[in-house]
Design a protein. Structure first.
Length: 116
């Protein structure tokens, strides 16, 4: 198991970018005891949604927003709700909370080119 961060490092509803090996990921705390983990990769263009935490959320803070073409993704399930990839979704991974830390099984990471 790979430790990603402390649960207390995450703000409910706000995405956080992090790196696991060569993969860029999005971690979001959806409530007090639930965390979702996604690949930071737009399903439409195959590029990262954002390069910095400050660019990840939509202006109203309710969705992840692709910095290239504005597609919106729901943090709670990764579904695209607006934009050219509407109906598609972000690639998600299982993560676990143990002893106030967030972990993932790094064997779940897909074989992708470095930088995703």
């Amino acid at each position: 198991m790979l430790k990603l961060c402390q649960l207390s490092d995450l703000t409910i509803g706000k995405g956080r970018l992090l790196k696991a090996g060569d993969h860029h990921l999005i971690l979001v705390r959806t409530n007090n005891d639930s965390v979702r983990l996604y690949l930071n990769r737009c399903p439409h263009l195959g590029i990262p949604l954002a390069w910095q935490d400050s660019q990840l959320m939509s202006p109203d803070g309710s969705a992840f927003q692709c910095s290239s073409h504005g597609a919106l993704f729901a943090p709670e399930n990764g579904f695209c709700t607006s934009g050219p990839c509407a109906g598609d979704q972000l690639w998600s991974f299982m993560c676990q909370i143990k002893e106030a830390s967030v972990f993932m099984d790094e064997t779940e990471l897909p074989d992708l080119p470095a930088g995703y």
